[in-house]
Design a protein around this ligand. Structure first.
Ligand code: DAH
Length: 339
């Protein structure tokens, strides 16, 4: 056995720099088999009674002094390491970081969110339908049979039947109105829904794009009137575009409503010379046609209601006086960053 004295251990404790070193020194003193102090205790058993009493007391004091020494040193090491942590992990909360450029939603989804939020406050739920729709839902059920001239107003993208499930012919939906049909087939009135989404038509110029967005609305109940519809339309225009928005109602024809109305709004467009501005149609609406209600099994004698379809891009064009609808889709950052 190397002869380590208690004094050696005392200075080793004072010099220790890690908790592991202290554990080791503690073992050398107190381990049950070889601990220096444990052995001293054992030796004591062979001493005379007087010696036992005297040396026992001394030994106890030594043990206590080492226990305290170890605990103090442990505490000191811990405080030192916390202190250095505070030093290395120091945060300067007053430091100003360079500004980071953040993106934002595109105008269209941003506008659709505000539509959902506004109509949500008026008790309308959000409903969805597929963009590939059956001819049945997109036209027939909406009171637009095959030979109906209203079909000509919508230059439709027809899909090849190959590979598609039976139930066609299929079209890229030309309007969000088929969501009305889907919803009424699966829900009982009273009901209030809003259905935003993409629609497709073979059209392209400054106010038309082959893909654009609409949001459909439908409210059915026992005593829903045309006056209710006008109130909802006016609220939507004022809240979504401007409280001072200029608009006008006209009669309009849509096979799935009777009577039908259209709302136009003043649009300056790129024609800065014209002080009068132009009128741009932004919404079609009307009282749901009894044939449509019958088609989905709702009794038109008991229930009635209104439907409407807003053109999203056109509303945004009017809100921000944007001259060309195609700017929404070309991804030009100089345009997008302005909003
Ligand atoms: N679906 C029509 C269109 O795309 C817009 C429309 C008109 C929707 C009248 C309606 C409505 O719900 O009642 O031209």
């Amino acid at each position: 056995m190397p002869t380590v004295s208690l004094d050696d251990l005392r200075s080793a404790i004072a010099a220790a720099t890690t908790a592991a070193e202290l554990d080791d020194l503690e073992q050398q003193l107190f381990s049950r088999k070889h601990g220096l102090l444990t052995l001293a205790m054992k030796e004591l058993q062979e001493a005379t009674p007087e010696e036992k009493a005297k040396k026992g007391r001394e030994l106890n004091e030594t043990k206590q002094s080492f226990t305290k020494l170890l605990a103090d040193k442990r505490g000191a090491l811990q405080r030192a390491s916390l202190g250095s942590l505070a030093e290395t992990e120091k945060l300067d909360v007053t430091l100003e970081l360079p500004a980071k450029e953040r993106g934002h939603l595109h105008l269209i989804p941003e506008f659709i969110r505000s539509v959902e939020e506004l109509f949500g406050r008026m008790g309308f739920e959000v409903a969805e339908g597929p963009e590939v729709e059956t001819e049945e839902n997109n036209f027939n059920q909406l009171n637009i049979p095959a030979a109906h001239p209203a079909r000509d107003m919508q230059d439709t993208f027809w899909l090849e039947q190959d590979g598609l499930p039976p139930g066609g012919p299929y079209v890229m939906r030309t309007q969000t109105s088929p969501v009305q049909i889907r919803y009424m087939q699966t829900h009982k009135p009273p009901l209030r829904i809003i259905a935003p989404g993409k629609v497709y038509r073979k059209d392209a110029d400054a106010t038309h794009s082959p893909m654009f967005h609409q949001f459909e609305g439908l409210m059915i109940g026992e005593d829903v009137s045309l006056a209710n519809m006008k109130a909802v339309m006016i609220t939507a225009i004022r809240e979504l575009i401007s409280p001072k928005a200029e608009f006008r109602f006209r009669t309009g024809f849509f096979p799935f409503v009777e009577p039908g109305l259209e709302v136009d709004m003043r649009w300056q467009g790129d024609d800065k010379e014209s002080r009068e501005g132009k009128w741009l149609e932004i919404v079609g609406c009307g009282m749901v046609h009894p044939n449509v209600l019958k088609n989905v099994g709702i009794d038109p004698k008991k229930f009635r209601g209104f439907a409407f379809g807003f053109g999203v891009e056109r509303m945004i064009m009017i809100k921000h006086q944007i001259p060309d609808l195609r700017s929404f889709f070309v991804g030009d950052l100089r345009f997008l960053k302005q909003f």
